[in-house]
Design a protein around this ligand. Structure first.
Ligand SMILES: [Fe+2]
Length: 189
């Protein structure tokens, strides 16, 4: 019989990056997540670099910069738009509070990086940005009851009824979208 154990959160999550230094600047200098570990491995026709940034509790957001390790020539680090999805679908959400969110806003504004969007989800406030790799990052602070309710959650898995009452609390800054369309028309329509 399989022994049940409780999972222990994330150790790291990993994405591909376009450029190690550009990625380090964004996560370490601007967002204050220290680069704590880097591995470099040579391959017969290339190499990879594997970077780890501490997100604040010892868990890491990590990246691979790859060259000649089997990637397609037209590979994309854009986990949503590069995969035919709206930019907000695949994303990274960091836990935040008001002070942290406002510090992030100031730090990024100093480099003229503006939010992609800002949303009141009812149970949380979310400030969203695009990282240098085209990956959306969210700073999410609890503002109400998340609503842990496994029974309802399970029942909704085959529902299409609206339960999302999100409100944009900041008009989208078109400059900040950097060419990304939040709600693109599907191709062929
Ligand atoms: Fe999210």
């Amino acid at each position: 019989m399989t022994k049940k154990t409780r999972n222990r959160g994330f150790h790291h999550v990993v994405y591909a990056c376009r450029n190690s230094e550009e990625t380090r600047h964004f996560y370490e200098d601007l967002l204050g997540m220290p680069l704590v570990h880097t591995e470099v491995k040579n391959a017969p026709d290339g190499f990879f670099r594997h970077l780890f940034f501490d997100t604040g509790d010892g868990s890491c957001v990590a990246f691979f910069e790859v060259s000649g390790v089997g990637e397609n020539p037209d590979w994309s680090s854009e986990v949503s738009t590069g995969n035919g999805l709206p930019v907000w679908v695949n994303h990274l959400a960091f836990a935040s509070d008001e002070e942290r969110t406002e510090t992030v806003r100031e730090q990024l504004a100093a480099e003229k990086i503006v939010p992609l969007m800002e949303v009141d989800h009812g149970w949380c406030h979310s400030l969203y940005y695009m990282d240098p790799n085209g990956i959306m990052v969210e700073f999410c602070r609890d503002t109400g009851e998340f609503g842990v309710d496994p029974e309802t959650a399970l029942a909704r898995l085959d529902s299409t009824d609206d339960t999302d009452y999100s409100t944009f609390i900041q008009p989208l800054d078109i400059e900040g979208l950097r060419g990304f369309n939040l709600f693109p028309e599907p191709k062929g329509t």
